[in-house]
Design a protein around this ligand. Structure first.
Ligand code: ADP
Length: 976
């Protein structure tokens, strides 16, 4: 709550005060005047919302608003202006204090004002209900002290006040808070369950009260109807009976009836009207007439008829001497007559009063309730009968013309029972009271629903309290009061059935709705939380994917970074990285991150032998997660030693594999209330595990690469060393070779000189120039001559080879007509060819000229042609010369012995002569082809090739470039 500017504060204060006063005034209007109980006092909610949102800054505005409204409310109702001010101040202070304290209570418990569970909703409502007691208590106390409410209404006033404020707070405050959160685009529905609970509860209460009210009215109407019917029945019964008495009265005008006639007449009445206990005739008897009267009565009525007195004690006594008597002469029915025949009505006080009154008033008069002789109580009506009744108006009635009284008695119990029972719509309790003398009311009869008959006279005023119905009945000069009250006060519960039903149903419905809302809210909150979690997890993962892990050079640091990231993203207190060591026999903690401290520790060890179940678990699956790690069989091995001391409740372990091999585990250890792991959290943790295995894998790979690199460098060094050594050795060898070649060349030169001399002189001797030789000498010298020549050829070849190998053989380039050169070579071997009878086919165009070394080319051609002649026994030799693509090709083909395929590889090797039958008889050094190829390839920059078939012949092909470049020392003389 940042402090707003003064201008804004003023604006907000005006808005709050206006909203408060306006709403209060509207509610007052809606209920047609103030001061009535209100089930939903919305202004209390406005006050609470203002304080919840803006805090104590809104207190002045609220106090002002409550003062204004309360003053308006009390102005017209308070007795004095001072009382109005006092009440206004106290109640306004109460309302303001209430809003502030309730907001304080709510803020203490709900800092974010989020309602996600039923418990939250109940707590919110409970705290609000507690806060609402303040204004109700202060207000009720103030009204009570000023006698504005009755004592008996205190609780009701307090409850109404409290419930009204609570309803208003639970409706308005949450709606305001929700709309505020919406304005801030937070879309939080959470608090809306409260207005719904409140509206539901208020609506339920209101409907229940209305139903109860309607029901109450109906019950009152029903009672009044019943009471009216009772009163009408009673009155008509009384009227009917009085009419019967009147009929009897009429019977006695001027007529003297016999008992039989009387009986005859009254029989009909008694049969028709069961309420009448008895009808009697009591004639007036003067003192002198008594004996005669008694005598005739004995005759007519009963033999033992005698006039007697009856005192209050209801004991008959002989008639005392009096001026006149009113003894009962006839009485029907017989059952009653036995006990009343002869009773002097004037002797009994209860009867006498009524009789005298009737006589004085000359009209029928009922008695008070009187005891019957036989027991029971009755009321009697006395109707005086006058002589010459028709001729007299009532004013002329005097005592002398009185003939007697017709008397009718009602057993009051029967009368009441017949009148007041049996036809009631509604059970009632009724009292029939004689109130003729207001100071001495007499209970005639009391009839209650339960039937027990309480004879004690109740306080009439007390009966008139509460719901009742009363009617007065005039009966023969007496006034009776019938008061009825509903008898079923104990049946209230039954009557409250619909009320309770609605209350219960409404409450259940409200509860279900709010439960549904809260459930919805909860699942929405869970979804939102999951989305938030997923977003943060995704952000972390994509950040890792984009930038990779820092500390590329240090895998342990990277792993630390990973577990810290997991702990911070998933909000887990401890996340550790453990790696298998010692042939997988133990897990060693490489890093353990604690979120609350941000510190890393390491070094703990878990032996597989001590926690076999856990180690087996790691071998299975990708993620192992348990909310109750202390009980879960996979992790319960740690409970006593590890989980309990550290307060770890839930675990999520991600085995790390490199290839398919388990190398370690990332352990997520949650401290606090048990935590079920959501699927997204498990996925995230698994991704962290995958990253950890990537780090470990790349660590392994880079180690291997490093080792390979080292090995390669060592090898390279070795190769370089060896190459250097070889190079040195080669150089030495080359030098030695050169020395050798030079040595051989010079040695050969030295050998050739004496050898030439030997050959020359041996030739001279053989020719016989120096004298004749015998056969033996000739033979010996011929062998010397041949060997010397062979040696010379050998030496010549060795010299050539040595020169070439020593690099001293330079070429001298000149234009050569190749055909001519071939001719020269052919001429050289002509004698041998002709000796062997071999044919010659020469195909050598004369115009083919090459720039090359003549002597070397000749040496090659001669060698090839000479071999062809040497190794051909019959047939012919064919020589073909041709020119193509900058080179000249000379083919020497023979039909000789050919060369076996397995001997081909020996060709062109020094001193190799193929093992054939011509080897012995054909002279040769085995150096010819070797030298020819050396000359062709190394000096003339050409080549030589051979194809041959054993016993069929061979073809040697020599080619040289058309133009051989001149070497530096080309014109120098050859060593030889
Ligand atoms: P040589 O002095 O023995 O002839 P070469 O180097 O000229 O030495 O020849 C090597 C061997 O090659 C010969 O000994 C022979 O066996 C074989 N050879 C060379 N030319 C021919 C050929 N035209 N026909 C068959 N064999 C040949």
């Amino acid at each position: 709550m940042a402090a707003p500017s003064v201008k804004r504060w003023l604006l907000e204060s005006v808005v709050v005060a206006t909203a408060y006063v306006g709403t209060a005034y509207l509610i007052e209007l809606a209920q047609h005047g103030g001061g009535k109980p209100n089930l939903v006092w919305l202004p209390a909610g406005i006050a609470l919302a203002a304080i919840l949102i803006r805090g104590a800054l809104q207190l002045p505005a609220l106090l002002l608003a409550t003062l204004v409204f309360q003053l308006h409310a009390f102005q017209n109702t308070a007795a004095t202006p001072l009382q109005a001010y006092a009440l206004t101040l106290v109640t306004a202070l109460g309302s303001t204090l209430q809003a502030w304290l309730t907001a304080w209570l709510l803020r203490r418990r709900f800092s974010t004002l989020q309602i996600n569970t039923v418990a939250d909703a109940l707590r919110f409502s409970g705290l609000t209900a507690l806060g609402c007691t303040i204004a109700a208590s202060i207000g009720t106390f103030a009204l009570l002290s000023q006698a504005k409410v009755l004592h008996q209404d205190t609780l009701l006033t307090w409850l109404t006040w409290w419930a009204g404020d609570l309803g208003g707070m639970l409706i308005v405050a949450p709606i305001v808070l929700v709309s505020r959160s919406w304005r801030r685009k937070q879309r939080d529905w959470g608090l809306l369950s409260l207005p719904i609970i409140s509206i539901g509860a208020s609506f339920t209460l209101a409907v229940a009260f209305v139903v109860k009210h309607i029901d109450h009215d109906a019950r009152i109407n029903e009672f009044h109807d019943t009471a009216r019917i009772l009163s009408r029945t009673l009155q008509s019964n009384l009227d009917l009976s009085l009419r019967d008495l009147m009929a009897t009265h009429a019977l006695f005008y001027n007529v003297t009836l016999s008992q039989a006639e009387f009986r005859n007449f009254t029989d009909g009445i008694l049969k028709r009207n069961a309420l009448i206990r008895s009808i009697s005739w009591a004639p007036r008897v003067g003192q002198q007439e008594l004996p005669h009267f008694e005598a005739s009565a004995k005759k007519e009525v009963k033999p033992d008829y005698q006039v007697y007195d009856m005192g209050n004690d209801m004991q008959p006594t002989p008639a005392a001497v009096a001026s006149e008597y009113l003894p009962i002469l006839f009485c029907e029915p017989v059952a009653v007559s036995q006990e009343v025949h002869g009773m002097n009505l004037l002797s009994n006080p209860a009867r006498r009063d009524a009789v005298l009154l009737a006589r004085a008033m000359t009209r029928p008069q009922a008695s008070r309730l009187m005891q019957l002789r036989r027991g029971g109580e009755a009321v009697a009506a006395y109707w005086p009968v006058y002589r010459n009744e028709f001729q007299h108006n009532s004013s002329n009635h005097d005592s002398d013309s009185l003939r007697g009284f017709v008397v009718m008695t009602f057993e009051i119990a029967r009368l009441a029972r017949e009148s007041l029972q049996g036809m009631s719509l509604h059970p009632t309790e009724s009292w029939l009271i004689d109130i003729t003398e207001p100071s001495k009311p007499q209970l005639l009869y009391h009839i209650s629903g339960s039937g027990d008959d309480d004879k004690t006279m109740p306080e009439v005023e007390a009966l008139r309290q509460g719901l009742n119905h009363e009617s007065t009945h005039d009966f023969a000069g007496r006034t009776w009061l019938l008061i009825s009250r509903p008898a079923d006060l104990d049946a209230n519960l039954k009557a409250n059935g619909p009320f309770l039903g609605i209350l219960l149903g409404g409450t259940c419905l409200t509860l279900i709705m709010s439960l549904y809302l809260i459930g919805r809210q909860r699942s929405e909150a869970a979804l939102r939380q999951r989305d938030e979690r997923l977003m943060s997890q995704n952000a972390v993962l994509s950040q890792l994917a984009r930038t990779g892990l820092p500390y590329e050079a240090d895998p342990l640091q990277q792993l630390r970074e990973l577990i810290a990231t997991s702990a911070l993203t998933l909000r887990i207190e401890r996340v550790g990285l453990w790696l298998l060591e010692n042939n997988d026999s133990c897990l060693v903690c490489k890093a353990l991150y604690t979120r609350s401290t941000g510190a890393f520790i390491e070094g703990a060890t878990l032996q597989a032998s001590e926690y076999p179940r856990y180690f087996a678990t790691l071998q299975e699956g990708r993620v192992f997660a348990t909310a109750d790690a202390q009980q879960d069989p996979h992790t319960s091995e740690f409970t006593e030693a590890y989980l309990k001391p550290l307060g770890i409740t839930s675990m999520m372990d991600i085995p790390i594999r490199v290839g398919s091999r388990l190398v370690g585990v990332v352990c997520h250890e949650h401290v606090g209330e048990a935590r079920p792991w959501a699927a997204d959290e498990q996925n995230f943790a698994a991704s962290i595990g995958d990253l950890a295995s990537l780090v470990l894998e790349s660590q392994k790979r880079s180690q291997a690469e490093h080792a390979l690199q080292e090995a390669y460098q060592v090898l390279e060094q070795k190769v370089a060393d060896r190459t250097e050594e070889l190079h040195l050795a080669n150089e030495r060898l080359r030098q030695l070779d050169q020395l050798k070649s030079m040595f051989i060349a010079s040695m050969s030169h030295e050998l050739r000189t004496p050898l030439n001399a030997i050959i020359g002189f041996t030739g001279v001797i053989l020719q016989g120039i120096s004298g004749p030789l015998n056969e033996k000498q000739t033979d010996h010298l011929t062998r010397v001559y041949g060997s010397a020549k062979h040696l010379l050829a050998l030496i010549t070849d060795v010299i050539d080879i040595s020169k070439i190998e020593a690099g001293y053989a330079d070429v001298f380039v000149q234009d050569i007509a190749v055909a001519k050169l071939i001719d020269e070579a052919l001429a050289n071997v002509q004698q041998q060819r002709l000796d062997k009878g071999l044919g010659l086919q020469l195909d050598a165009p004369a115009n083919i000229v090459v720039s090359s070394d003549r002597q070397r080319l000749y040496q090659c051609i001669l060698n090839l042609i000479s071999n062809a002649v040497k190794y051909t026994e019959h047939g012919q030799i064919r020589i073909r010369l041709q020119q193509e693509a900058g080179r000249v090709v000379i083919e020497v083909e023979d039909t000789g012995i050919g060369i076996a395929a397995d001997a081909m590889e020996k060709l062109f090797q020094p001193f190799e002569r193929i093992d054939t039958h011509l080897r012995i008889k054909t002279p040769g050094t085995g150096l010819g082809l070797y030298l020819t190829r050396k000359i062709a390839t190394e000096l003339l920059q050409g080549g030589i090739d051979v194809t041959s078939t054993s016993h069929q012949g061979s073809t040697f092909t020599l080619w040289i470039p058309q133009h051989l470049p001149q070497t530096e020392n080309g014109n120098e003389e050859a060593l030889s």
